[in-house]
Design a protein. Sequence first.
Length: 202
Amino acid sequence: MLRSKDEKLWEDAQWIYDGDFRFLDGQDIGAHHVGFTSFPRSGNSFMRRILEQISGVTTGGTMSLHTSTSLQIQGLKGEWVFDDRVWITKTHHPFIIPNLAPYSSNKVLFCVRNPMDVFPSYASLANTMNHGVKPDYDYEERYPEWWDWWVRFHTDVMKQFFNVILNHCTKESKCLPFPGLNINTPIFIFTLRTQPNLHRAL
């Protein structure tokens, strides 16, 4: 329906877009599993909500409920759902995170955010274990030695992360900027090569 030009299909399916995002019916969706990955704190949850609003379908996730319950509370009810009930599944591949579900996809969307925005946001998540708050002080002013270590360490981690991603890009990969979104940094989506175990969490 999303690709159709038949207005009647849209009118008949208005019930899908009532804001109550639904799971698929569980039937085999074949080669239509889409992995959605990003470096942590790059706008993954934000983009998931946009994808849910566009499709009417709940997005899934491979993160353990031990660390993603707060996202469920915020309305991302597909956490720890990665089967045929969801079309798009969030992960942080190629990050190796404890208790990630093993997952393979046929296509991959990749979300990128400016590292200058990622580092303080990721520091806030690591220090508060909350996706929506940040401390009332600046890390670089209150804890300059720690901040220097944090930025240097995650610069190396991010470099390794993107090397893995870029090594799997193909000529068919697409880079799509979203300049119309009301955000401070651009988000890009890449489609990566489909190959065995490309998007399987280690």
